[in-house]
Every structure is written in C-alpha cells, then in structure tokens.
Design a protein around this ligand. Structure first.
Ligand code: AMP
Ligand code: MN
Ligand code: MN
Ligand code: MN
Length: 284
C-alpha cells in the first residue's frame, strides 16, 4: 500500500478524554476524507467494537487501536498499539492495571488544586468524564476552563497540570517492555506516539528508541498533530535510522480543543514504510 493514503491512526473518544462518541468520530473522519481509521483511546479498548462497526457503516477501513501510558526515564511516554486482537485477555488485564491508579491520582490532583484556592475540582472534572476509570488531566482542564479560572486548556496545563504545578501528581504508569509485549502478543504493532513531545536528552531518546526496538516495537509516529513540520523531518530521519515503519495520526480530541482535525495532515514522506503496509492482514 502506498504512503499516499489518508490514514488517521490516532484519536480519542468519550471512552477516554475525547468529547465525541466513536460513531461521531467515524462520521467526521469520513467527511474529512479518511480512508483508514483507528480509534486509540488512552489505556482502554472499550470503544473498539463501536468504532469498527461505525467505520464499516461509513465505508472506511479500520484497525483496532489504543494509546498506552508508560513511564520511561522518569517521563510519561505514550505507546500506540494498532491492529491487535482487542479480545486478548493479557492486553485487557494490562490496560485494567494501567487504569487502576487514576482515581486516587485524581483525588490527589484535586487536593493540590484546593490548596491554591480551587475547591471541588474532583467533582468538577467528573462532570466531563465519560468513563470514570479514565479520569485524566484533560477532564480537570475542561473544568478549569468552564469555571473561568483559565481561558483554554493549554493555559490550564501550563499553570496547573504540568510538573511542579499545584495540580500535578507524579504517577508511575506501565513499563515500556510491558506495553510493547501486550501489543505484540496480541498480534499488533507497537508505535512510539508523538516523540517530539517528550523532554528527553539525546541519550534518553536514543535509549527509548533502542529499547523499544529490542522489545519488539516496529513503528513511530512521524506525521502527527503534535509535531511541527521540522519534527516531521527530524522523526522521518529517526524512523530510517532505527529501521521503523512510520505512522500518521491527528491525535484529535475535540472540535473545540484540537488544532488538527481528523485526517487533516500531510501525507507520510514517500521514502518511509507506512505502518499500514505491515497491517494489511489486520484491517477490518
Ligand atoms: P493524563 O493521561 O491524565 O496524564 O492526561 C494526559 C492528556 O492530557 C493527554 O493525552 C492530552 O490529551 C492532554 N494534554 C497533555 N498535555 C497537554 C497540554 N500541554 N495542553 C493540552 N492538553 C494536554
Ligand atoms: Mn488525551
Ligand atoms: Mn499522547
Ligand atoms: Mn493521544
């Protein structure tokens, strides 16, 4: 398959921290010309059957998807899984364990916010949550915008929800090895999500890519809504250096918040192996 394909292999629904249902996302993707789609909710595959059915109804090809939170070198990193068997009990259990700490973390975040004069943030964030197991920083951000404390979600993250700020609670997620193993054991492909977003030194980034490969990871996001055009070029080179296939995805969360819409991205550079070439047999 060609790199000239409108594939969008990264987005979020109400099952995690998006604001649209899987069906509404499928309709929007189709309207934007997406030909191959994957819904990649954080740490959860509960929307996969609905997404696959909606893709079929819209006449798009579909790959199962997930975005797993891991901790590597003290930073949160996201690993996308594509084309795996969502019924595999090992990945389901791994994701259940990964989600497990979110409730307690959310209450600690609310305590931190209360100390700086923002009461009841847990209850406030919960109003925006579609799936209580998946309460995330995004839901707190929506509450702080709604209550007028900040004017948009980037401001909330800057002032309250990133390291050193009052609502930030460090959290230990899954390991790189576990996430890659869950995905590959279930016949999927593991993808490093938006590598341009991590604040790693060159050595740490090299370690991430080499350990990812050693554990069986096979792809990296090159064209993503989280990258600048300079980062498209930078990570295209990294994909080649490490012999990884390349993925493409908007990371769309909400019509009101996301600057990159579903399918609205440049095509993958023609000299890279598109990740979907490795997944033709897994398409639905
Ligand atoms: P969590 O998994 O609870 O740590 O929340 C992470 C989510 O917060 C990401 O998946 C993004 O949707 C969102 N996020 C992280 N950083 C930012 C930011 N600087 N601006 C807006 N949203 C962000
Ligand atoms: Mn998110
Ligand atoms: Mn992410
Ligand atoms: Mn994402």
């Amino acid at each position: 398959m060609t790199s000239i394909l409108n594939a969008d292999l990264h987005c979020h629904s109400v099952v995690s921290d998006g604001t649209l249902t899987p069906e509404a996302l499928a309709q929007r993707a189709k309207a934007n010309g997406v030909e191959l789609w994957a819904l990649t909710d954080h740490d959860e595959v509960g929307g996969q059957q609905r997404a696959a059915a909606a893709a079929k109804a819209e006449g798009m090809q579909y790959l199962t998807g997930v975005e797993i939170s891991i901790t590597f070198a003290g930073e949160t990193v996201h690993i996308v899984g594509l084309g795996f068997d969502a019924q595999d009990t090992r990945i389901q259990q791994g994701l259940l364990d990964t989600r497990g700490g979110r409730g307690k973390r959310a209450m600690e975040m609310a305590e931190g916010l209360a100390k700086v004069g923002i009461p009841n943030a847990y209850e406030g964030a919960l109003k925006f949550v579609g799936n209580p197991e998946l309460i995330s920083r995004t839901h707190f951000a929506r509450f702080l915008v709604e209550s007028g404390v900040c004017s948009d979600t980037p401001e909330v993250f800057r002032r309250f929800l990133t390291e050193g700020k009052p609502g930030y609670v460090p959290h230990r997620w899954a390991s790189l090895k576990d996430a890659v193993t869950w995905i590959t054991q279930a016949q999927g492909i593991a993808v490093i999500a938006h590598p341009g977003r991590y604040k790693f030194t060159a050595n740490e980034e090299y370690a991430l890519f080499s350990e990812f490969k050693a554990h069986g990871g096979q792809a990296v996001e090159v064209i993503t809504g989280s990258h600048t055009p300079a980062e498209y070029i930078e990570y295209a080179a990294v994909a080649k250096e490490f012999g990884l296939a390349a993925s493409r995805g908007s990371d769309f969360h909400s019509p009101d918040e996301s600057h990159t819409d579903l399918g609205a991205l440049p095509y993958l550079p023609g000299d890279l192996t598109p990740v979907w070439e490795l997944l033709v047999h897994r398409m639905q």
